[in-house]
Ligand binder design. Structure first.
Ligand code: IDC
Length: 313
């Protein structure tokens, strides 16, 4: 059976805010995000990506590249930058070979405002859009989670600088843009959308035990207005990526995402000792995972993908 990429090819955003293929069919992507590429590069390998596609029915892998945390792209030396670019290259090529969509994520976090490293971002997206413009399965996520005092005005200014740099090389890829307050204040984007590009989606993140019905109501109000939304990160646990999972709230979220055909990507592929990690801490495998290697959140999502008839629609 072919993958979603085999079936749908390059995707774009339609006038109703849905992610669609060339015939206008809505396509929902489901998959996983790596942890920081500097810290867990071993999971970026072709075997695992094939496994993820074939055994877990994932459609998409997100390559999370921290910018300002330890060994981030903007704080390490040139050798560190080169290593990160190599991991991304390995990831994009492996994803392409096995038919996964791939999100290249400029993972701001500690650097709360994307304007802080705007020049590095411009140089980075210039480089990678030039490299990957012909791939068709690549998404560019230009700022993971603006937070703190960063406003939508700041993000919009940043996006309006980065988008033309990407478009210079890549006319067709979907661009994902983070929103204020850890990619939750999507209302700000409704009020003042980015108009220089229409192949763009706004990012929303949830961590189900923290963000409950009140956030779902907000999400639904915005989705109902047709704002293109993409959940490039979610967890079943709390917003720290730790503590208990809440599968009831998580199910509520996935049903809502289903209702509006919103793609969703689970955080995170690693064996770090935290609830949101996919693998138990003692697991040193880098592919071929068995049930007992998985933490309960990952096992839950893999179970949903296995049982979901839409997964290979
Ligand atoms: C967390 C990681 C954790 C790491 C921390 C800081 O799970 O191991 O120590 O970042 O680098 C996000 C962020 C994501 C966070 C995650 C959980 O996008 O980078 O990862 N989270 O806190 N937003 C909400 C939750």
């Amino acid at each position: 059976m072919g993958t979603k990429y085999d079936k749908y090819g390059a995707l774009h955003v339609n006038a109703a805010g849905r992610l669609v293929d060339r015939n206008g069919t809505a396509v929902v992507l489901r998959g996983f995000s790596t942890h920081g590429l500097s810290w867990y590069p071993q999971y970026v390998n072709r075997d695992f990506f094939a496994f993820m596609s074939e055994k877990w029915n994932a459609d998409v892998i997100r390559l999370a590249m921290y910018t300002d945390e330890k060994d981030g792209y903007c704080v390490g030396d040139d050798a560190n930058k080169a290593r990160l670019l190599e991991v991304i290259d390995r990831g994009v090529k492996a994803a392409t070979e096995v038919g996964l969509y791939v999100v290249i994520d400029w993972h701001i976090l500690h650097d709360n405002n994307p304007l802080m490293h705007k020049d590095e971002a411009l140089a980075f997206f210039d480089l990678i859009a030039k490299k990957y413009h012909a791939y068709g399965n690549v998404f560019y996520e230009i700022c993971n989670e603006p937070n703190g005092d960063c406003t939508w005005k700041d993000i919009k200014e940043y996006a309006q600088a980065v988008i033309p740099v990407i478009r210079k090389h890549d006319k067709y890829a979907v661009i994902l843009c983070g929103t204020p307050h850890w990619s939750q204040n999507i209302e700000d984007a409704v009020a003042d959308p980015i108009t220089i590009d229409d192949n763009l989606m706004y990012v929303f993140h949830f961590y189900a035990d923290t963000h409950r019905k009140e956030f779902r109501d907000r999400f639904e109000a915005v989705a109902g207005k047709g704002l293109p939304l993409f959940i490039s990160e979610f967890g079943c646990c709390d917003a720290s990526g730790n503590y208990s999972n809440n599968f009831e709230e998580s199910s509520g979220w996935l049903s809502l995402a289903d209702k509006y055909d919103v793609s969703r990507i689970m955080w995170n592929i690693s064996n770090r000792d935290e609830t949101s990690a996919s693998f138990v801490p003692g697991c040193t495998k880098i592919s071929g995972f068995e049930d007992e290697d998985l933490n309960e959140g990952c096992r839950w999502f893999v179970g949903i993908l296995a049982g979901d008839p839409a997964k290979r629609d």
